[in-house]
Ligand binder design. Structure first.
Ligand code: GDP
Ligand code: MG
Length: 246
């Protein structure tokens, strides 16, 4: 988090992490398409075969309104998943305020997911941080692929961990917005604990979340949004109604 008191600006860095080809760039593209004018230009840098070469970044910036006059700047990044890009991943992860871990639901990717998670853990540790203290959301993407990990399997994992787990089909835009708001929710809550946002700006984490949702075109029922596509003891279904037509 970067706070510029003179400019009354709060900058928050969010990172989509995960193995190569799990759908991180697809999430950001879909986010960009679904929030339309609510964000700036999506910058991606890919090789000819669509692999992320460096990183992608989507800026979302707006005035929070109310008495605070606060300008909120969200900078949403993806890391390149390929093993060779380890140093770029560390660079992108530096000073992150929250992470969405995009896991690939394909059975063939179980080991790659695990390796990427260990990589996340190791990189955080190297920065003197830990996964436990990092606001984190897990997204199981590619729920549409035949032979994906079963819903029961995903539910079991969701039950074991403390962090929110979301199901997604990012290519169809499903689960993308709920995962993003799930991350914002845990991130604002953490910033409240660490930096006393409500004392400084007179806005609770919930106010931050609701104003961001309103700015991005999802006014109203933030709780419903957070519950959509969320995996718990209930079946891990993906609700297409959250998706906006591109
Ligand atoms: N079937 C399916 N394919 C997906 C989904 N999300 C992404 N993909 C595909 O997976 C490939 C890798 O996606 P990309 O976003 O570039 O992965 P990244 O390496 O994590 O950035 C692309 O061909 C996407 O179209 C999904 O939900 N279902
Ligand atoms: Mg990518």
């Amino acid at each position: 988090m970067q706070l510029n008191f003179a400019a009354r600006e709060l900058a928050i860095k969010l990172v989509y992490y995960g193995p190569a080809l799990s759908g991180k760039t697809t999430n950001l593209r879909s986010l960009h398409d679904q929030i339309g004018g609510g964000c700036g230009r999506l910058m991606t840098l890919e090789t000819k075969d669509d692999r992320t070469l460096f990183f992608d970044v989507l800026p979302v910036s707006f005035r929070m309104g109310g008495e605070s006059g606060l300008n909120l700047r969200l900078k949403v990044y993806t890391v390149p998943g390929q093993v060779v890009h380890a140093s770029t991943r560390r660079l992108v992860l530096q000073a992150a305020d929250g992470v969405v871990f995009v896991a690939d639901s394909q059975l063939s990717e179980v080991e790659n997911n695990a390796a990427a998670f260990l990589d996340l853990r190791a990189n955080l540790k190297q920065m003197g941080r830990s996964v436990r203290d990092m606001p984190l959301v897990i997204q199981f993407n590619k729920r549409d692929v035949p032979g994906a990990r079963s819903d029961e399997d995903v539910q079991e994992l969701a039950r074991k961990g403390a962090e929110p787990v979301y199901a997604a089909v990012a290519v169809r835009g499903e689960g993308v917005i709920p995962s993003f708001f799930g991350l914002l929710d845990v991130t604002f809550r953490r910033l409240e604990v660490e930096h006393k946002l409500s004392e400084r700006f007179g806005m609770t984490p919930r106010d931050f979340l609701e104003r961001t949702a309103t700015h991005l075109g999802w006014g109203g029922k933030v709780d419903e949004l957070l519950a959509k596509c969320r995996v718990s003891g209930a079946p891990a279904s993906v609700d297409a109604s959250v998706r906006r037509a591109p």
